[in-house]
Design a protein around this ligand. Structure first.
Ligand code: UT7
Length: 329
């Protein structure tokens, strides 16, 4: 007997209340709405409250996903939180989410860190676990409090990111909807392009480092831009070829929401019209692992994802990691 078909049964998202505009940021660093919008497409981002944790945002998104799937917390037996900004180094943010939602004890709960590609990695992992027949309903969540790893004095990074969460419920396919495939990649030769240097076992106490605030994200933006476009194109082309599809058959592409210029270049390379891509980065900035599930939920609610459609998800991030997924609705 083959593996059971697994589908996205519901989606949900959450964005913190506080909106920080480009003009607000220009009061803090030497930047402008004109620079940020023309280079990135971002107009504003959401920033979580001081006491609002990654797990709280994850749980809020998950509640919406459960409601949209018509599934209760009691039905869940797997929780994966993709994040690079966990509540604590340990225990896993997924355990906090389990407790907040009242998910049963016989549930596997863990975090996964593939930076901005985290949601695609988590989707692949959950899909494999469900297809094994050993788990039935998974909450797959991307959640980030990026504001806690940003250097708010560094205009080259702080204008790009935001906080938020997105979630899906994966479970046994109803009808013809199903996950068609996923592809994951990594290129560890480029770990230096985007990283948080301190806070791990290499630099356990960043504040003790006299050379600077190593707990903040550092990025070589221009280099990342070039690699990102190539990697996203490869991840998209290879998954399409694997499934005997061409780009024109994709009803909607949900790309990682990092930069409008990256998305536009990808559209050109794939020879797809710009309106085939769902974009909400002008309102949220780059929310890392939350970006694809947050966009997916908004795309579904905006009617951009219809029964029978095939959607392409494609991401890149620190690692460098990248990946893609094909979803039939
Ligand atoms: O999820 C993955 C996360 N990473 C990314 O998505 C990064 C991908 N890269 C990018 O999105 C773009 O490279 C950036 C948006 C980061 C930068 O755009 P760019 O067109 O590559 O600009 P640049 O880095 O070449 O900088 C151009 C100029 C520089 O000034 P000089 O050296 O030409 O005088 C920067 O200092 O713009 C300056 N600059 C700024 N000016 C105003 C950099 N940041 C800002 C800013 N406001 N916020």
């Amino acid at each position: 007997m083959g593996s059971p078909d697994i589908a996205i049964l519901g989606t949900g998202s959450y964005a913190p209340e506080k909106i920080v505009t480009n003009d607000d940021l220009s009061q803090r660093v030497d930047t402008s709405d004109e620079w940020i919008f023309s280079r990135t497409g971002i107009r504003e981002r959401r920033i979580a409250g001081e006491n609002e944790t990654t797990s709280m945002m994850a749980a809020a998104a998950a509640r919406h996903a459960l409601a949209s799937a018509g599934v209760t917390a009691a039905d869940i037996d797997l929780v994966i939180v993709a994040t690079m900004t966990p509540d604590l180094p340990m225990p896993a943010t997924a355990c906090f989410v389990q407790h907040l939602l009242g998910v049963p004890l016989n549930t596997a709960c863990f975090d996964l860190n593939a930076a901005c590609s985290g949601f695609i990695y988590a989707l692949d992992t959950a899909w494999a676990m469900l297809a094994s027949g050993r788990y039935k309903h998974a909450l797959v969540i991307g959640a980030e409090k990026m504001s806690t790893v940003l250097n708010w004095k560094d205009r080259t990074t702080c204008v790009l990111f935001g906080d938020g969460a997105g979630a899906i419920v994966l479970g046994p396919a109803r009808g013809t909807a199903k996950i068609l495939g996923t592809r994951l990649y990594a290129d560890g030769a480029h770990t230096d392009l985007l990283c948080v240097p301190g806070g791990g076992s290499n630099v356990p106490d960043p504040s003790a480092d006299p050379s600077g605030p190593q707990r903040h994200m550092t990025m070589k933006g221009r280099e990342i831009f070039k690699v990102a476009v190539r990697e996203m194109e490869d991840a998209a082309r290879e998954i399409l070829a694997q499934h005997g599809l061409v780009a024109a058959q994709i009803a909607c592409v949900i790309p990682h929401q990092a930069n409008q210029r990256i998305i536009d270049t990808l559209a050109q390379y794939l020879k797809l019209p710009a309106d085939r891509f769902f974009v909400n980065l002008h309102r949220y900035g780059n929310t890392s692992a939350a970006s694809i599930p947050l966009a997916l939920d908004e795309a579904r609610r905006a009617g951009r994802v219809k029964a029978g459609d095939t959607t392409l998800l494609v991401a890149f991030g620190a690692g460098l990691t990248y990946g893609s997924a094909l979803v039939r609705w």
